[in-house]
Write a protein that binds this ligand. Structure first.
Ligand code: NAD
Length: 467
């Protein structure tokens, strides 16, 4: 595959960031009409170019059309519509009720102001969603924005670079393309907020660069998201939703179920139900299925293929087939391993391999989860809200979805983000607006009752301060 993406010149980075700051300083992005128009243009871009977006994601990830429509285009369009509808409300200054009698005649406000120049660095696995969804929040909040798409999903990065200036204001929003060299140079500049999505190793690099300018960051990272399947779970629904969430985008989803903890008594029924669903969704030959994606690059394929080669063959309950020429890995279910398995339980899998580990008492499942970094997501399949709460009370994760996978991300009223090693800060819906907003306190002091104020002026005589 020829690389369609032209990297930006390093010399262009400083003038590009400066131009964004100049534009911000004119105040043009603060106008609500301007923001709404830009958000509408982003909708138009995605709707009018749906075929091109679908095609670029197919080239990058063999992403099935419906996965692009649901997971990339609709997600961003919905967020734009939500922001346009609520922008007047979100930007209205708050008038908090006052705590002190002394301030009774003063006016207090919390102004919702844009932070300034924002840098958004996207990741390759949802290259439209992870770049443009935070972009929606940054536009809505009134910032100027530098976008840095992932170079790994090169076709989509090239498409965004081509389309964006045709639809949105070119002085307020700009795109820089490149790999480590270019991104390192981008990170040397001063921003007012950096929003990064990707792995934790680069997250540390981003945070270190931001620290030099005391720049706030949002880090959307990953990790091993556990799924607990309790004995009372609905087996058919559990298998449907687990298979769908795990193999959506070929397992290359930051919140994909990474490993399953299942009660010993239902291991075999669960594996059987998963087999039925895999056959139903992808047929007997998943490689021929139009609903099954591919691994993004040879490097990522080699990593996952290496994992499959190291698995004891007797532990592969389903799948295990690979084809390097096609970057294909079949839906693979692994049993018979322990929580300490050095191959599958060390790092985030980020591909279509799902290890299943058994537990006998629920606290064992909780202990396994707690022995690892806080994950980005957690899934619990049970009919009992009490059981779900029991697990949640004893663990931590960015978010939780009970009796489903991935779906909590689609609900705009829920903040999306990690905790500790899986990230910091959050977005989606109103949180996308607040992430890129500075809440500026303003107090208009009354000048008509100066006598009342004299008590705080020097000289500080004893009679003025009665505790
Ligand atoms: P990636 O390779 O696309 O990298 C992400 C970005 O970091 C890219 O724009 C890339 O150019 C930049 N980058 C890479 N190396 C860099 C360096 N040394 N210095 C500066 N910038 C650099 O994506 P990835 O990291 O492979 O993404 C996969 C990881 O991201 C997984 O851990 C996944 O769980 C996580 N992820 C998290 C979310 C989320 O929303 N929390 C979403 C998707 C992926």
């Amino acid at each position: 595959m020829t690389d369609p993406l032209k990297f930006s010149n390093i010399e262009d980075i400083i003038p590009t960031v400066q131009a964004l700051r100049n534009t911000f300083d004119t105040g043009v992005t603060k106008s609500l009409d301007f923001r709404k128009k830009q958000l509408q243009q982003l909708i138009n871009l995605l709707i009018e170019n749906t075929d091109a977006v679908v095609e670029s994601l197919h080239k990058d990830l063999r992403k099935p059309k419906i996965e692009t429509v649901i997971g990339e285009i609709s997600a961003v369009v919905d967020e734009c519509q939500f922001m346009i509808k609520n922008l007047n409300k979100f930007t209205k200054p708050e008038r908090p009720s006052k705590r002190f009698l002394m301030n009774a005649t003063d006016k207090t406000l919390i102004r919702k102001e844009p932070k300034g120049v924002v840098l958004i660095i996207g990741a390759w696995n949802y290259p439209i969603n992870l770049l443009l969804l935070p972009f929606v929040g940054a536009i809505a909040a009134g910032n100027t924005v530098l976008l840095k798409p992932s170079e790994v999903s090169a076709h989509t990065a090239a498409l965004v670079t081509e389309l964006l200036p045709k639809y949105l204001d070119q002085s307020a929003y700009k795109v820089i393309n490149g790999g480590v060299h270019e991104t390192t140079a981008v990170l040397e500049q001063r921003y007012d907020h950096i929003f990064y999505t990707g792995n934790g190793a680069v997250g540390r690099i981003v945070m270190t660069a931001a620290a030099k300018h005391l720049c706030p960051v949002t880090l959307e990272l990953g990790g091993k998201s556990p799924t607990v399947v309790c004995p009372d779970a609905d087996m058919d629904i559990t298998a449907s939703r687990l298979v769908w969430g795990k193999f959506f985008n070929n397992g290359q989803t930051c919140v994909a179920p990474d490993y399953v903890l299942v009660h010993k008594s239902i291991l075999q029924p669960l594996v059987g139900a998963i087999r039925t669903k895999i056959e139903k969704y992808y047929g007997n030959k998943p490689q021929a299925s139009q609903s099954y994606g591919r691994i993004v690059t040879d490097r990522h394929f080699d990593r996952l293929n290496g994992m499959i080669e190291r698995i004891d063959k007797s532990n592969i309950a389903i799948g295990g087939e690979t084809d390097a020429n096609d970057r294909f890995i079949s839906p693979t279910i692994v049993t018979g391993i322990t929580k300490d398995d050095a191959n599958l339980m060390a790092e985030e899998i980020f591909g279509p391999i799902l290890p299943i580990i058994v537990y006998e008492e629920l606290h064992e499942a909780v202990d396994i989860i707690n022995s690892r970094d806080y994950p980005l997501a957690m899934y619990i399949f049970t009919k009992s809200e009490k059981t779900a709460n029991w697990i949640m009370d004893r663990t931590q994760s960015g978010g939780v979805c009970i009796n489903d996978t991935l779906m909590h991300l689609q609900e705009l009223s829920l903040p999306f983000g990690g905790v500790g090693p899986s990230g910091q800060g959050n977005y989606h819906g109103e949180r996308s607006f607040t992430t890129f907003t500075h809440e500026r306190s303003a107090m208009f002091k009354d000048t008509s009752a100066e006598k009342v104020n004299e008590v705080r002026y020097a000289p500080y005589t004893e009679d003025k301060y009665k505790v």
